[in-house]
Design a protein around this ligand. Structure first.
Ligand code: HEC
Length: 357
């Protein structure tokens, strides 16, 4: 597509549409770039917000569990009535007081914090869809062994590198889940059951891990993101329409100015050519006129017309012919000063071969 600089030299006005396009194309490119940058930035920001919201939720939640666990541990475990869902904990086998019989013959068993946590988790999973459990790198119960992510997180927690670990991962069903792990610190109340594992006060021995399905959070995020994209598009569209209207209006005016300018230049060139023609032709035509008057006088007097006179007539016709040839051979635009302040076309220079551009 040709834009106006090329067009100008060919002597035609560029046209409103092309002019408008010339200005709007870079504007549109900038607008689109900004749109993509802002969308990417917004998407990242929403992702970060989601992450910190999930961390807060998990933290608040795990704190509640810790409190319950501490309460349980401080009682050295609590007794509940046994049932098919709550059998005695086989890992408490060496505890002589694990099981109790009430005076009316009911069976009670001691529930240690880890056992209680498992049961709480089952309820949370059924009612709210999230799971949590306690894990340790040296578990008494193999059920409490960490998975791959938990193992890495536990190591970092035990080294004191981080206060809590978080990640967004895929679960076995390929659904996005948020995983969070907070450390469990050893208190005096823990030691009597865990002496075997060298628990000592203040140590981080294991962690509590929570898994929250992301579906609901992702839906909220997607809605937020869509709303942002939509408003960005709306702002972009409105500003584009606004700028387009202004650009089209200005282009039309500019185009009119250019047209006027070209017309003025064309008129000036025509006048310069006319001036040059008049200047070059005047002399031979005057000579011719005088000779014709002379010859016709001679003919009337029956005098003979000399060959020299015919020769001059012929010569002047040749000169006129040369001028016409030059005019037909104009390939460039050169002027020269004619009388003061007035320019005419320089026919000799303008008709020089090899000057075509
Ligand atoms: C009443 C005894 C008892 C008390 C008190 C107790 N635990 Fe445990 N804990 C156990 C038993 C038994 C298991 C393993 C079996 C299971 O999962 O129930 C266990 C499991 C754990 C686990 C999971 C890893 C593993 O070894 O299987 C961690 C971590 C843990 N306890 C930390 C603590 C902390 C910290 C405290 C103190 C706040 C504490 N426990 C108090 C008996 C107890």
């Amino acid at each position: 597509m040709k834009f106006f600089p090329a067009n100008l030299s060919s002597g035609e006005p560029p046209g409103t549409f092309r002019l408008a396009l010339l200005f709007l194309t870079p504007f549109l490119a900038v607008l689109i770039t900004i749109f993509f940058l802002m969308t990417a930035w917004e998407s990242r920001k929403i992702g970060e917000e989601q992450m910190s919201e999930l961390k807060e939720v998990s933290n608040a939640f795990l704190e509640q569990i810790m409190v319950t666990r501490t309460w349980n541990a401080r009682h050295g475990g609590v007794y509940v009535e046994t049932s098919p869902d709550t059998p005695p904990n086989s890992y408490l086998n060496n505890d002589p007081h694990r099981d109790m019989l009430s005076s009316d013959g009911r069976k009670y068993t001691r529930i240690n914090p880890a056992y209680m946590t498992r049961q709480l988790s089952e309820i949370a999973d059924k009612t709210h869809g999230y799971k949590f459990r306690i894990v340790s790198l040296t578990p008494i119960n193999p059920y409490n062994a960490p998975d791959e992510w938990e193992r890495g997180a536990l190591k970092e927690l035990e080294n004191g590198k981080v206060a809590a670990a978080a990640a967004i991962l895929k679960d076995s069903g390929n659904r996005r889940v948020f995983k969070y792990m907070a450390p469990i610190k050893v208190e005096d109340s823990c030691i009597k059951c865990h002496a075997r594992q060298q628990y000592s006060h203040g140590n981080v021995k294991g962690g509590i891990s929570i898994v929250i399905p992301m579906a609901q959070y992702d839906r909220i995020q997607a809605t937020k993101f869509r709303r942002t994209v939509f408003s960005l598009l709306a702002i972009g569209l409105i500003s584009f329409l606004f700028i387009s209207t202004i650009v089209v209006y200005l282009s039309r005016r500019l185009n009119r100015e250019i047209k006027k300018n070209i017309e003025q230049k064309q008129l000036a060139a025509a006048m310069e050519l006319a001036g040059a023609t008049a200047h070059e032709m005047r002399q031979p035509i005057t000579v011719l006129q005088n000779l014709v008057t002379l010859v016709s006088g001679k003919l009337r007097q029956h005098e003979t017309v000399t060959e020299e006179e015919i020769g001059i007539i012929n010569g002047q016709c040749g000169r006129i012919n040369d001028i016409i040839k030059k005019m037909l051979n104009i390939t460039s635009y050169r002027t020269k000063v004619y009388l003061k302040g007035k320019e005419i076309m320089d026919l000799d220079e303008s008709a020089k071969p090899g000057d075509r551009k």
